[in-house]
Ligand binder design. Structure first.
Ligand code: GLY
Ligand code: MN
Ligand code: MN
Length: 460
């Protein structure tokens, strides 16, 4: 049976054009200090085409479908220290590539592989130093033109092909993403319950206690990494969008915002929940929470095949704008109605990010947000807040299998005219959605969003 990776290589090869050849390296190892490295994580493009997670590897794929892998050679001494290596001999059968060689041979073998090819593809601006290495390999091809060798005359950005492929998740990918999402959902529940339990017992809770629960559940269920640095933000820290889990105390009566997701088998999950530290929302907290939840429901309803990527954002903003007026966050005497709030972008004071992003192997996954078939259609508009001229292009039309987050929020920093009861409240609700023909599948609802359900699970 052909592996999903071989199938993807075949699909990519068919797009390289006659005489095309592609180079796809994995990620480099990075030194943390002295002889200690950062935890290694493969390159997503490389893994998408190989399923191979070892460092020091590079795939070369030709338009006729033949593939050559360069990988770490077997080396007893290094394997004693660093772990077992697949090695080139086993790689052919295990990974289904046509040929495999030691990565030590890449500089001698690659120029020969590039000879007489019309176009060379590699990912532009993603691997530091790769363009320079490519120049070196092509230089060696040029050195042989006297002997009749032809040097590729064209270069193409392989990201343009791979990004489109990765944007629509196949069944294999969707299955892993559902599992990653389920683990992350359980981790959020674990953190919520620990917060309430410790506060009820009169114990001091800090953000890192809740972070520990997330990590425990991620690893307990076999996830290899966090998909990004977990945000565990108590009280006013929730208004700092990129706050990282730290040591601040978690107080009863405050909200906690957790934005955390695991990476499982190369795929990210990305969940945010905001909950009362002791398990009971106060009135003002619940009012703001329900507004964000209503805006998320509107965004979910706007997420389906045929809709635009921007539609869920526009649906969110419409609900938030009205709610900001109704709750007195924005002054009706200044903004008569929700349309004014939207046109003047007044909501930006409390909602300053987009409602979603592609999700996949990378948490902010690859893929154009502009509809490729409508690239030429653009119009300029002036931003009402900054005065900047912005070029808008038609937003991407959603297709089944695309995966996006849906993550509205509201962040109330103290300011003149803003009701004090809402000061320092930060709320975001984030779920991961797979687009379907008729709507979307929310794969992160293993952890609830309804305030009553959150209170209930924190009582148990
Ligand atoms: N956790 C990153 C994001 O929500 O975009
Ligand atoms: Mn996100
Ligand atoms: Mn997130």
């Amino acid at each position: 049976m052909t592996s999903v990776y071989a199938q993807r290589r075949a699909r990519l090869a068919a797009q390289l054009g006659a005489g095309g050849i592609a180079i796809i390296p994995t990620a480099p190892e990075r030194q943390r200090n002295r002889d200690t490295g950062y935890l290694y994580r493969h390159d997503s493009y490389f893994y998408y085409l190989t399923g191979f997670a070892e460092p020091n590897a590079c795939l070369v794929l030709a338009a006729d479908g033949t593939s050559v892998l360069f990988c770490q050679p077997k080396d007893l001494e290094r394997e004693i220290w660093d772990g077992i290596r697949l090695g080139p001999e086993a790689a052919v059968a295990t990974l289904g590539v046509s040929q495999a060689f030691s990565s030590a041979e890449i500089d001698t073998r690659l120029p020969r592989l590039l000879e007489n090819r019309g176009r060379l593809w590699y990912p532009f601006a993603t691997h530091e130093g790769l363009a320079v290495r490519v120049e070196g390999w092509l230089g060696q091809v040029r050195a042989r033109v006297r002997f009749g060798a032809l040097c590729p005359a064209e270069q193409g950005d392989l990201c343009t092909l791979l990004d489109e492929m990765r944007l629509v998740k196949d069944a294999h990918e969707q299955d892993i993403m559902r599992r990653a999402a389920a683990i992350s959902a359980q981790a959020h529940i674990r953190a919520m319950q620990r917060s309430a339990r410790m506060l009820r017992a009169g114990q001091e809770v800090r953000e890192y206690h809740l972070d520990a629960e997330l990590l425990h559940e991620f690893r307990q269920q076999g996830s290899q990494y966090v998909a990004y640095g977990s945000i565990v933000a108590a009280g006013a820290n929730a208004c700092v969008l990129h706050y990282q889990a730290d040591k601040a105390p978690v107080h009863a009566g405050e909200l906690v915002l957790i934005d955390a997701g695991c990476e499982l088998d190369g795929y990210a999950s990305d969940i945010t929940r905001t909950f009362p530290a002791d398990g009971r929302f106060t009135g003002p907290q619940r009012a703001l929470y329900e507004l964000v939840l209503d805006s998320q429901k509107a965004a979910v309803a706007a997420t389906r095949a045929g809709a635009r990527f921007n539609d869920p954002h526009d649906a969110t903003v419409a609900v938030l704008a009205q709610g900001m007026l109704d709750l007195g966050l924005l002054d009706r005497k200044v903004y008569g109605n929700a349309q004014d709030v939207i046109e003047q972008r007044a909501f930006f004071q409390f909602y300053m990010h987009r409602t979603g992003h592609w999700l996949g192997m990378d948490v902010h996954d690859c893929g154009s947000y502009v509809e490729p078939s409508e690239l030429g259609q653009s119009h300029e508009r002036k931003d009402p807040l900054s005065g900047e001229t912005i070029t808008n292009r038609p937003s991407r039309i959603l297709r089944p299998g695309m995966c996006t987050t849906i993550e509205p929020g509201i962040y109330v920093r103290p300011a003149a005219g803003v009701p004090e009861q809402f000061h320092n409240i930060g709320i975001r609700i984030e779920d991961d959605a797979i687009v379907t023909e008729t709507g979307c599948e929310l794969i992160t609802r293993g952890v609830p969003v309804e305030p009553d359900e959150i209170e209930a699970l924190m009582r148990d």
